[in-house]
Design a protein around this ligand. Sequence first.
Ligand code: NAD
Ligand code: MG
Length: 390
Amino acid sequence: MSKIKHIALLGATGSIGTQTLEVIAAHPELFKAEVLTAHRNAALLIQQARTFLPNVVVIGEESLYEQVRDALADLPIKVYTGEKALCEVVQMEQIDVVLTALVGYAGLQPTLHAIRAGKPIALANKETLVVAGELVTALAEEYRVPILPVDSEHSAIFQCLVGEFHNPIEKIILTASGGPFRGMRRAELETVTRAQALKHPNWEMGAKITIDSASMMNKGLEVIEAKWLFGLAPEQIEVIVHPQSIIHSIVQFQDSSMKAQMGLPDMRVPIQFALSYPDRLQATFPRFDFLAYPALTFEQPDMETFRNLKLAFWALEQGGNAPCVLNASNEVVVEAFLREKIGFLAMSEVIEDCLARVPYQANASLEQLIASDEEARAVSAELIQKLVNK
Ligand code: NAD
Ligand code: MG
């Protein structure tokens, strides 16, 4: 009965990638890493390949190709490089599921290719649904492939919906930790540093999503991700700040009943569920203790101070290319903040200006979204340069 699932893991060397490999290692009778990919971390990719013996590895950065190939020369592992390779390997015959744990816009094309090849998607790469949610979900429907959420909030919603798919959702409530700067005012945010922003209270994650969490853009992207995953209208999606990150999100049904999914913050839980659904697997992950958390608390998100969340709701209402522009601009400003070129508050300012400058397109085609992404990056870079020169 139990057939091994062959997994293509895109972004194996990242936070989600390495935790996915922990899940795979714990269930060798169920899961096999068939493809492992990384962008620049050749050393870790080599080590992972030697441990998990995948059929194929892809190192994105072409200058690292020979290093990876030579290091694995004694093993029957194929080594490829470049962006196009990602789009090709996801289509391989033996792959049963593609887990997208790579970061940013780079996830879009491989995901589209995987869907067209009929491969189910376990989606961590939320940016794909922000950029092109309508196209991606329509394509998934056309090819009848499921998109299973890995993001903890969306996994929570999905877990609440199991057994309820025939029941309409009244609304969902996404929980947000509030990040390291929760409760701060704009004056304090003027001077927060890269190092402070990289310290998340509850989760250890890659640099980009950690900054997104500090700026509340992560929740903004998740609102858009939720719209497409669960087919909701913007007014059916709410955000509540819940600093302890124990309740991972909530669904409210038409009879007023609410279901929440809870547990300690541990991404291995949603990762494993996306891979094992509809089954649940035994796991040794730490268990939640109510007495260690006598108070679970909730607050209104402060969208005036953390403008990104407001901008994301605005982009969602606009539709068309607006979320794509929001995402591209955000990727550029986060990079600039990480390089300490701009301050924390400048991120929202640039995104807002960029949304105003890139022409709006309703019903944007894939080509138009690709062009919007490029334009938004160029406009954002220009706006950042102006700030730097000031
Ligand atoms: P990370 O930075 O730790 O890892 C990113 C991975 O993607 C690395 O393996 C890297 O080599 C690869 N990569 C980076 N740029 C690439 C490119 N241009 N092309 C191909 N591969 C590239 O990131 P992460 O925290 O693991 O996040 C991955 C995705 O999962 C993001 O979309 C993030 O929003 C989402 N996510 C992460 C968490 C978390 O806890 N880390 C939770 C929910 C959702
Ligand atoms: Mg999340």
